[in-house]
Design a binder for this molecule. Structure first.
Ligand code: PEP
Ligand code: MN
Length: 263
């Protein structure tokens, strides 16, 4: 279990909330968002550098250029930093730069070839590197567990899971259906892996995030990854689901209060 997860599990009034913009868009947007989130008490900052887009023709991330923005966030705020890696090259660049947490996205975690290539790239990584794996797009628990087995076989011991919901066909209230049975089953099968809930990608829109957080808390999940942008309306990706740092701060208070009530 990773240090910061273990730490936060043990203190009911400090929920673990990983927060940050969907994408790092510019140095200014990244650092301003990070400073506001650090002021709100966030200790782990997320920002995507390489963005997987369903259709071509949209912003695909700033790429390697943003790595030094993340290292500046780390240096100036003291927060841990996290970004998505999908290829061996992404992983190598992040390891070289000392990025604390590499997460593997939903489009990658269900692909055994991609997972093998990432596992090879992570072989021999420093022991303090954390790898988090999002659920695959479909509720295939075997594939999710297989992704962990491949990364664990590469010698990575600090592992975490992120539940971000599932693609379904046809109209849905959610961007990705929560299908809570799936993360619960994952936790039964893999009790040693901490589970973080990503309500942002389940919701797809701001108004559904707090209700999803409440559902998660009711089920006993206490840790979250939530998207927050200094100016959500102007975000280049996932604008409808990002919270301002002020809104996120209120949500953190709500999580703390509910956790405290249940403790
Ligand atoms: C993200 O975290 O911004 C992202 C692309 O997530 P997912 O892999 O869950 O779609
Ligand atoms: Mn996003």
């Amino acid at each position: 279990m990773t240090d910061f997860f273990t730490h936060n599990y043990n203190s009911p009034d400090t929920p673990c909330v990983i927060a940050g913009p969907c994408s790092a868009e510019s140095k200014q947007q990244t650092l301003e968002t990070a400073r506001a989130l650090a002021d709100a008490g966030v200790t782990v900052f997320r920002a995507g550098l390489w963005k997987p887009r369903t259709r071509p023709g949209f912003f695909e991330g700033v790429g390697a250029e943003g790595i030094e923005w993340l290292t500046e966030v780390k240096r100036t705020t003291g927060m841990k930093v996290a970004t998505e890696v999908a290829t061996p090259r992404h992983a190598e660049l992040c390891l070289d730069a000392g990025i604390d947490i590499l997460w593997i996205g939903a489009r990658t975690s269900g692909d055994p070839f991609a997972m093998r290539a990432l596992a090879d790239a992570l072989h021999g990584a420093p022991s303090n590197v954390n790898v988090m794996i999002k659920n695959p797009l479909s509720p295939d628990i075997e594939a999710w567990i297989g992704a962990f087995e491949r990364i664990a076989a590469a010698g990575i011991t600090r592992l975490g899971a992120i539940h971000r919901g599932y693609t379904v066909f046809g109209p849905s209230r959610y961007r990705n259906e929560p299908l809570w049975e799936a993360p619960l089953e994952f936790c039964r099968r893999m009790p040693e892996i901490p589970m973080v809930i990503d309500p942002s990608h389940m919701a797809g829109r701001r108004a559904l995030i707090a209700p999803l957080v409440d559902q998660a808390l009711e089920l006993g999940f206490n840790d979250f990854m939530i998207e927050s942008h200094i100016n959500p309306e102007a975000a280049l990706t996932d604008a409808a689901q990002q919270l301002t740092p002020g809104q996120l701060s209120q949500l953190i208070h709500r999580i703390s209060r509910k956790k405290f009530e249940r403790a």
